[in-house]
Design a binder for this molecule. Sequence first.
Ligand SMILES: Cc1cc2nc3c(=O)[nH]c(=O)nc-3n(C[C@H](O)[C@H](O)[C@H](O)COP(=O)(O)OP(=O)(O)OC[C@H]3O[C@@H](n4cnc5c(N)ncnc54)[C@H](O)[C@@H]3O)c2cc1C
Length: 354
Amino acid sequence: MRIGIVGGGINGLCCAWVLAQAGHEVDLYERNTLASQTSRASSKLLHGGLRYLEQYEFRLVREALKERDAWLQRVPELTSPLRLVLPIYQGSQRHRWLVGAGLFLYEHLAGKSILPPAQWLTAETLLQRDPQLKAEGLLGGYAFSDGQMDDHRLALWVADQARLAGANLHEHSEVSAIDTQGHVHIAGSSYFHDRVINVGGPWAVTLLEQSGIPSPYRLDTVRGSHLVLERECQQAYLLEVPDERRIFFVLPWQGRTLVGTTEVRQQVHEPIECSVAERDYLLAAYNHYTTAPLSVANINSTFAGMRPLLYSAADPRKATREYALDRQRKLLNVFGGKWTTALALAHKVQQQLL
Ligand SMILES: Cc1cc2nc3c(=O)[nH]c(=O)nc-3n(C[C@H](O)[C@H](O)[C@H](O)COP(=O)(O)OP(=O)(O)OC[C@H]3O[C@@H](n4cnc5c(N)ncnc54)[C@H](O)[C@@H]3O)c2cc1C
């Protein structure tokens, strides 16, 4: 079959790879350069998403954990196992037993994982490992495993695999409209395909709207920002934002430290940038846990991305991370989809195309 794919983020690239490997004639259209949007603004984690267990997203977490291990094994040069620590303090929103039960379930869902199991560490051990960690009220913490990746380079690696399998990847090709008959409109020309996949990430619904096609799903476009701090942290952490139930990450990243993220609803056409309020929020959260607080001058840079979440809750922090597929004759629309699960999503797309 001749297949047109709109969107060259990780989800579109994985679709191109899987479908070209299956012998289809694939053309992918990306209006910018490949993997230049949400897929390179992530927290760089290959993970199941421990916190999604609190929203009972067991199917998604199980799938993501399997995919996490598969990416780590498939592309070791661009991925690595990561040991994170979740410290428990007096007055933490989550008690030790709750975190322990969550990690037990997390590892159960992962099945036979290649990564080492979680372990309780005393406060003394944590402070020996990281003397700058705030000691006051520290009861200890859990060390647990996930994966880390170079999201941009890994997505470009997928693009190379897709090309090797025969896919044509067209950059700077903005699709102005699609229809359910297999047409893709670019710069005044119309291209026919046996199937079209709309995998435009946060812009998937916008493309349907401008094409006059009703969408069964609404997307919740939620910005997430990161700080890149100059110095590298000694330990990767999953931490509670002070006085909130939200969690944030502190992660070593290419000799620096990533601190993120935020969850701010925004309109799809607004600039995707870390605001001053988000910067101050993340810096204050980071400083709460360190004996060596940093100032704005210690921030090397910031970046932000827009999550394409299925609209499911008034509060974006409670929005589901699940994805959904919608078939309308020759058109298949993809809504949502995590980085980690992109290849699993692509296999589902393949099944739905026939
Ligand atoms: C702050 C943040 C942190 C995250 N952290 C993680 C993480 O650690 N781990 C994880 O697994 N997931 C993470 N995610 C989620 C993950 O990054 C995204 O779900 C994923 O990258 C979405 O990929 P995508 O291909 O669907 O979208 P995108 O990467 O946005 O790709 C969509 C592409 O479609 C193109 N496009 C849109 N409309 C058109 C058109 N009309 N014509 C041509 N091209 C078009 C866009 O230019 C874009 O390149 C994070 C997300 C955010 C925002």
